[in-house]
Write a protein that binds this ligand. Structure first.
Ligand SMILES: Nc1nc2c(ncn2[C@@H]2O[C@H](COP(=O)(O)OP(=O)(O)OP(=O)(O)O)[C@@H](O)[C@H]2O)c(=O)[nH]1
Length: 372
């Protein structure tokens, strides 16, 4: 089956965008689910808690040793009591932070069990303080040994999890950077496509109002501009003139020198017209060998002067070879709004009637057709 280039372009664009969209969604989903597992994992805070808990464990052992050595010293008892209150609180804090990390899922049963067991032993330890148990020193050492294992093993896992979190963050920032790059690329490509479309649209609209042989404005552009200025003059009372120009016996140029020579003569004539008009005036080719000049801000006298100048310049025009030496003449019809023409159809009809009279009157002349 034959597919048009437009169909292939649309298909390619759709597939490209669908693939890009799928890749983005997949990447976003993967990273979001992985990031979700790390959400709330405050590893630095957890590390701080564990290190403090380790220090408190050593403190408890020392305080218990001191109390065993000097059972009557109230400061030692007070220190032990403070640590017995502080340590379970610390364990609670560690458990709470742990529950918000992926470590909770990874099976910390052994460590949590050790903490729970130690907590129970800390609760019963208080009862052994009055009077101080003879085994206090040994109890302190056993507690420290148990907790040292639990805390150092936990610290090790936290360090590994923190490293994994850092790797994830690095990958996330690369993914976000890539995504932003892709979005910028797509936006850039769209902007370029839009700019290209806009250029093409402008070129098309330019072509739709341009005569292809001479590059002059065409009938449509002349009509649009004339209507615009007529509307303006209806408000400000200004004057507008229209010159119609028809080359005389142009058929003879084609017959004598051939159609391409006729084309070249038309182009030379168009160039001459363009070079003789002022800025606001517009030259158009209406078709064949018929041209027009719109003078948006001129009355009959100025338009007549220009018409005469154009007529003389036509007769003096050097045509390109092989038609060089051939004398081209033009007949012109002129009308202006002052003469009573207030719409383009009326203005054109009056100028055309003037042109008809110029042809009838022997050609190579300008006739003004004023409204009665
Ligand atoms: N080479 C060339 N000739 C064109 C073009 N358009 C129209 N013509 C020719 O212009 C000639 C116009 O002929 P007519 O309408 O009989 O008018 P004319 O020979 O100029 O005579 P009058 O207008 O009566 O003075 C025809 O031979 C057309 O073929 C064009 O684009 N290129």
């Amino acid at each position: 089956m034959i597919r048009s280039p437009g169909f292939r372009l649309r298909l390619g664009l759709t597939l490209g965008f669908a693939t890009l969209f799928a890749v983005c969604v997949l990447a976003a989903w993967t990273y979001m689910s992985e990031a979700g597992r790390h959400l709330g994992a405050d590893y630095p805070a957890l590390t701080g808690d564990i290190v403090r808990a380790q220090a408190e464990t050593a403190d408890l052992r020392l305080a218990l040793e001191d109390l065993a050595r000097e059972p009557g010293d109230a400061r030692h008892r007070e220190r032990v009591e403070t640590l017995l209150w502080l340590m379970p609180e610390r364990m609670d804090a560690i458990r709470r932070v742990l529950a918000r990390t992926e470590l909770a899922e990874a099976g910390q049963v052994d460590v949590l069990d050790a903490l729970r067991r130690t907590e129970d032993r800390l609760a019963t330890l208080e009862a052994s303080l009055t009077p101080p148990d003879a085994q206090l020193e040994a109890i302190g050492q056993a507690l420290e040994a148990d907790l040292a294992w639990a805390y150092s093993s936990l610290l090790d896992r936290v360090h590994r999890a923190a490293a994994a979190q850092q790797r994830l963050m690095k990958r996330l920032s690369i993914a976000v950077g890539t995504l932003i790059g892709l979005v910028l690329m797509v936006a850039g490509a769209l902007m370029l496509a839009l700019a290209r479309l806009h250029r093409q649209w402008r070129r098309l609209s330019e072509l739709s109002v341009t005569d292809p042989l001479t590059g002059l404005a065409n009938r449509r552009r002349l009509w649009d501009l004339a209507r615009h200025h007529l509307a303006r003059h209806r408000r400000d009372g200004g004057e507008l003139a229209l010159l119609l120009i028809d080359l005389d016996h142009f058929k003879a140029v084609n017959d004598r020198f051939g159609h391409p020579a006729g084309d070249a003569a038309l182009q030379a004539f168009a160039e001459m017209l363009r070079s003789l008009i002022r800025g606001p005036d517009l030259v158009a080719r209406l078709g064949g060998e018929e041209f027009a000049v719109l003078l948006p801000d001129s009355g009959l006298p100025a338009a007549r002067r220009l018409g005469e100048r154009l007529r003389r310049a036509t007769a003096a025009l050097d045509l390109p070879p092989p038609a060089d030496g051939h004398v081209l003449t033009a007949s012109l019809g002129l009308s202006a709004t002052r003469a009573g023409a207030h719409d383009m159809e009326r203005l054109y009809a009056l100028a055309d009637a003037g042109l008809y009279r110029a042809k009838q009157g022997g050609r190579n002349r300008l006739e003004i057709n004023e409204a009665s």
